[in-house]
Every structure is written in structure tokens, then in C-alpha cells.
Design a protein around this ligand. Structure first.
Ligand SMILES: *[C@@H]1O[C@H](CO)[C@@H](O)[C@H](O)[C@H]1NC(C)=O
Ligand SMILES: *[C@@H]1O[C@H](CO)[C@@H](O)[C@H](O)[C@H]1NC(C)=O
Ligand SMILES: *[C@@H]1O[C@H](CO)[C@@H](O)[C@H](O)[C@H]1NC(C)=O
Ligand SMILES: *[C@@H]1O[C@H](CO)[C@@H](O)[C@H](O)[C@H]1NC(C)=O
Ligand SMILES: *[C@@H]1O[C@H](CO)[C@@H](O)[C@H](O)[C@H]1NC(C)=O
Length: 442
């Protein structure tokens, strides 16, 4: 704080001079950091000068930034300095533009229709890659209604799921899901949707690791999952041991993960819930002495989305398809759909019917930040806007019907809502529909 006050007194003198540099520098200058006051009103209000950092640079200053892992720590932590990510979209030629913006029907606006004739699209017990976190029937759920719902857009029909046609689209390609456990659920759903038509000796699954790969020989295709819950590099990138007190991110670099996802042909990203767990520590690439800054989750997510957008803006949409899945809703407070009730998703057996229902778990400022970033990338990234349709599905979570890693105490067992999982989704279930939407756009 003291240090910064000293800087501030010099700052107004620099504003005018540096203003002249702004555009020129971003476009032509190789300097990594340039200091400029972005918007006088805003900067005065926050008392923080804005500095732009070019993301995804291999070498900053004279050292290569150390790779973060779960043992990384901050040497010290100071206030957020106001640094932001500078990324610009690269123009896409007209021929590269995607059709869906021309499509008149919004497939994300619709309703759930009970359909136990066509659903579920696969059988829980017949998918050898099912996760014990998501296999609700196996873990005692006896009401199976959650498996029988079809998503019906208001103004058109979704393409019917056809597993052979999907495999043909994937032939010779790598489909990679990148993100957190919600995205992993969507990946498992996709593997379960796809695996049944591949003979057991013609398919394989690699051991669980940061990158896990399902392979189908006869199509020379893979369906992969990369654990990267915060998109940028972080101390939570270990696929198993990531329950840490402090969240430390490299806000200006996706390079470590991008070196893996770079080679995929179809990419499906998500990121949201990990930013909702309080302040995040920022360890900028240019920082040699492990000095961190602290920022709230939304601000930190915006930086990470910027570093990711810098990568996405360079994608050639004719060579690579990129999707971003919007936030997955939670159902932690039943009073939101059933006033006066003090439970959560536990024991919910049917979807919410109130059109446009929106719970407090889906943060609107996050949604507008994400929309703002994605709108600038609309020719390169397609949005899978699953938030509203999943909001209705209070019945789709595992609640108590999953494997819990820690033993449950007796006071928990006597009060099921206290340990219910109202975040993830049972399979077969809601993520299958997210994948039908993905199939619709491929
Ligand atoms: C589908 O649901 C209807 C109404 O609940 C029921 O009568 C019918 O037996 C069910 N069919 C199947 C195949 O489960
Ligand atoms: C799922 O598969 C199991 C074992 O093959 C079978 O007993 C069960 O009836 C199947 N369920 C459905 C809904 O098809
Ligand atoms: C299989 O797919 C990869 C790309 O994922 C490609 O490089 C390779 O040539 C393909 N092999 C065959 C035999 O088609
Ligand atoms: C922590 O800061 C001290 C003092 O600035 C420095 O000497 C030391 O090398 C730093 N440690 C790390 C791990 O960067
Ligand atoms: C997703 O849809 C909601 C309406 O359901 C809208 O408010 C939001 O801006 C959309 N998000 C994106 C990223 O397009």
C-alpha cells in the first residue's frame, strides 16, 4: 500500500504522455507491459492505475516463469495492482464464419418434455466408464425419472442423437473436453453415449491423469478430458490432489495447458465454479520472487478468460472447432423454487416448471463478463449456453446417491440434505443433453 501511494503521486504526470502510446504500443511494441490509465473515472474510483499485460508470452523479462504445482506458495501477497490482460481479436475472413449466427432458432430456449420412449440414451450399468460420483442408480437412487427428459427448443427440433453419425464426425479427430469436474461429467457422458457401438477390444481408456484419453481404433478417434479447472495455469492442476486452502493462478498464461489442447480438433471448454470460492492469488509471469496479488474470483476469472481468449482468437475456425460451455447451475437452496422450504436438491423428483427460473447459484455478473468475452470471439468460439435449461433440473443432481470419498458421520446420515451433492449431475441425465447440443452444432 505504501509503495503504491508513492507511485500514485507521479501518475497524473504520466497519463498524457502514455495515452499517446497506447494504441501504437499494443499493436507494434514488443514490450510486455505498458502502463496507462484506461478510463479516468473508473481508475479514480478504484484508485488503481490500469496496466495491460500481454498474455501467453514464453519469456518475460529474463527468467522463464516456474511452473505452478500444488506445492507452490506465495512469498508474500499484496493488493491487486490493476493489471489487466491485453488481447485483441484477429479478424476472421468471411468464408471462415460459422453459420449458426444465421440460424433463427435459439435451441437453448425451450422446455423439458417427459419422454421415457427415447430416453435414456444409454444404460447406466452398461457403460464401463461410468464414474461412481455420477452413477446415481447404482448408489441407491430408485426414482429414475431424471433419466427420461428430452430438451425441446421452443421454435425448432434438436437433431436426433445418432451415434454412428457422431462417430463419422469424429473420424480421424481428437475431441477434447477441458475444464473442471462438471466438464469431466460431460466428457463421461460423451464416452458413454459413444462407446456402445465400439467392440470392447477396439476401444481403450488411458489411466486417469491430467489428460485422460478414450480411444476408438476403427474411427482413429479419441475423446479426451484435460483437467484445467481455472483454464490458466494454477496450483490446482493436479487431477486428484487439488483441495488447497489458497488458490494460486498464473493469470496471464494458458501456455502449459494449451501445449496439450493445441492438437485437438474439437475443443469444449468450461470454467466457473472454481472461481466462486473466494479470493484468488495472482502470480504474474513477470514476478520473479513469488510475490502474489489478491483479487476476487470474478476479477480473477476475467483475467483468465482474457488469457484464454488471446489463445482462442488465433484459432482458424476452418481447422478447429472451439466451444465454451456456460456455467452449470447448482440447486443448494430449495427456498428459491419452493419458498418456505429449507432443503436443497435432495428428494427433488421433477424439473422446475416455472419458465425462466434462475437460481442464485448462477452468477449474473459472471455471465455478462463471459458473454462479453465470447461475443468478441463469435466467429471462432461457439457458445453452449446450458445454464437456463439446466436451471430447471433441480431433480438431476446425485444428492446422496453417489460415492462419497470421506466416511459420513452419523449426524450427516441422519440429515441427508446436509451432505447432498447438488452441484454435479447424475448420468444418464442432464449432461447427455449438453452433448446432444454439441452434436447439433458439429
Ligand atoms: C413411460 O411412462 C408411462 C407414464 O408414466 C408409463 O405408463 C409407461 O409404462 C412408461 N414406459 C416405459 C417404457 O417405461
Ligand atoms: C440396463 O442394463 C441392465 C443389465 O444389462 C438391465 O438389467 C436393465 O434392465 C437395463 N435397464 C434399462 C433401463 O434398459
Ligand atoms: C489418425 O488420426 C491422426 C489425427 O488424430 C492422424 O494424424 C493420423 O494420420 C490418423 N491415422 C490414420 C491411419 O488415419
Ligand atoms: C522471497 O522474497 C525474498 C526477499 O525478497 C527473496 O530473497 C527470496 O528469494 C524470495 N523467495 C522466492 C521463492 O522467490
Ligand atoms: C446465455 O443465455 C442467457 C439467457 O438464458 C443469457 O442471459 C446469457 O447472456 C447467455 N450467455 C452467453 C454467454 O451467451
Amino acid at each position: 500500500m505504501k509503495l503504491w501511494n508513492k507511485k500514485k503521486t507521479h501518475f497524473p504526470l504520466l497519463v498524457f504522455v502514455f495515452s499517446l502510446f497506447l494504441v501504437f504500443s499494443i499493436l507494434h511494441n514488443e514490450r510486455n507491459i505498458l502502463q496507462i490509465q484506461e478510463n479516468p473515472d473508473r481508475a479514480t474510483r478504484h484508485q488503481i492505475p490500469v496496466t495491460y499485460v500481454k498474455p501467453n508470452r514464453l519469456s518475460h523479462h529474463n527468467h522463464a516463469p516456474e511452473v505452478l504445482d500444488r506445492f507452490s506458495t506465495c512469498n508474500s501477497t499484496r493488493e491487486y495492482s490493476g493489471r489487466k490482460i491485453a488481447w485483441t481479436d484477429h479478424p476472421t475472413p468471411e468464408y471462415g464464419r460459422r453459420r449458426e449466427s444465421l440460424e433463427s432458432c435459439n435451441v437453448f430456449s425451450g422446455k423439458w418434455v417427459f419422454d421415457n420412449f427415447s430416453y435414456p440414451l444409454y444404460n447406466e450399468s452398461e457403460c464401463p466408464y461410468m464414474s461412481d460420483q455420477l452413477a446415481c442408480h447404482k448408489h441407491g437412487r430408485s426414482d429414475l425419472g431424471y433419466q427420461y427428459w428430452r430438451w425441446q427448443p421452443h421454435n425448432c427440433n434438436l437433431k436426433r442423437w445418432n451415434v454412428i453419425e457422431m462417430w463419422e464426425k469424429l473420424r480421424g479427430k481428437r475431441l477434447m473436453f477441458v475444464g473442471d469436474s462438471l466438464n469431466r461429467g460431460q466428457w463421461i457422458s460423451m464416452v458413454c453415449l459413444l462407446q456402445s457401438v465400439i467392440p470392447a477390444d477396439k476401444r481403450s481408456m488411458s489411466p486417469n491423469a491430467a489428460l485422460t484419453i478414450f480411444r476408438a481404433e476403427e474411427y482413429n478417434a479419441t475423446v479426451e478430458f484435460l483437467w484445467a479447472p481455472l483454464l490458466v495455469e494454477s496450483n490446482s492442476d493436479d487431477p486428484v490432489n487439488h483441495r488447497l486452502n489458497d488458490r494460486i493462478i498464473r493469470p496471464d498464461s494458458v501456455l502449459k495447458h494449451a501445449s496439450i489442447w493445441e492438437n485437438a480438433d474439437i475443443l469444449v471448454f468450461n470454467s466457473y465454479l472454481w472461481w466462486r470460492q473466494g479470493p484468488v492469488k495472482l502470480l504474474w509471469s513477470s514476478e520473479a520472487n513469488a510475490v502474489c496479488e489478491e483479487l476476487d474470483g470474478l476479477g480473477a476469472m476475467e483475467l483468465a478468460m482474457g488469457a484464454w481468449a488471446d489463445w482462442a482468437s488465433k484459432v482458424d475456425p476452418l481447422k478447429k472447432r472451439v466451444f465454451f460451455v456456460t456455467m452449470s447451475p447448482t440447486h443448494l437452496w430449495s427456498r428459491e423454487w419452493n419458498p418456505g422450504n429449507e432443503g436443497n436438491c435432495y428428494n427433488e423428483k421433477s424439473p422446475i416448471e416455472f419458465e425462466r427460473y434462475w437460481g442464485s447459484g448462477s452468477d449474473l455478473p459472471t455471465m455478462s463478463m463471459v458473454e462479453n468475452v465470447l461475443s468478441k470471439l463469435s466467429s471462432k468460439v461457439s457458445v453452449l449456453n446450458i445454464t437456463q435449461l439446466s436451471e430447471y433440473r433441480r431433480d438431476g443432481h446425485p444428492s446422496i446417491y453417489r460415492k462419497f470419498w470421506e466416511a459420513l458421520r452419523s449426524e450427516q446420515l441422519s440429515n441427508p440434505p446436509s451432505y447432498s451433492d447438488c452441484i454435479h449431475w447424475c448420468l444418464p441425465g442432464v449432461p447427455d443433453v449438453w452433448n446432444e447440443l454439441l452434436y447439433h452444432f458439429l
